[in-house]
Design a protein around this ligand. Structure first.
Ligand SMILES: [Zn+2]
Length: 88
């Protein structure tokens, strides 16, 4: 199972100049897990999940208001770009 190096996640967010402030409550009380979330793309015609396709993402939860944010690990950590969106 893939794991997220949380120290690298913090460095990557700082390198990308990502905001540390929750957009809803303005706190900086994020918690995260070292196991990535799998975001499933859906078929644009049917809306059904595309089996076997997933975008690994870091999930961060604001401990104050519960807002959830996601960061695509391939983009954030500089790993291979998303094959479906080469301009990202
Ligand atoms: Zn919040």
């Amino acid at each position: 199972m893939m794991q997220i190096d949380l120290a690298n996640l913090d460095l990557a967010l700082a390198h990308k100049e990502a905001s540390e402030t929750c957009p809803f409550c303005t706190r900086r009380t994020w918690t995260t897990d070292d196991t990535p979330a799998a975001v499933s793309p859906t078929d644009p015609d049917t809306g059904a999940p595309i089996l076997g396709a997933a975008i690994p993402a870091a999930i961060m939860v604001c401990r104050h208001c519960g807002f959830i944010r996601l960061h695509a690990l391939e983009v954030l950590l500089g790993e291979p770009a998303d094959r479906r969106s080469p301009q990202m």
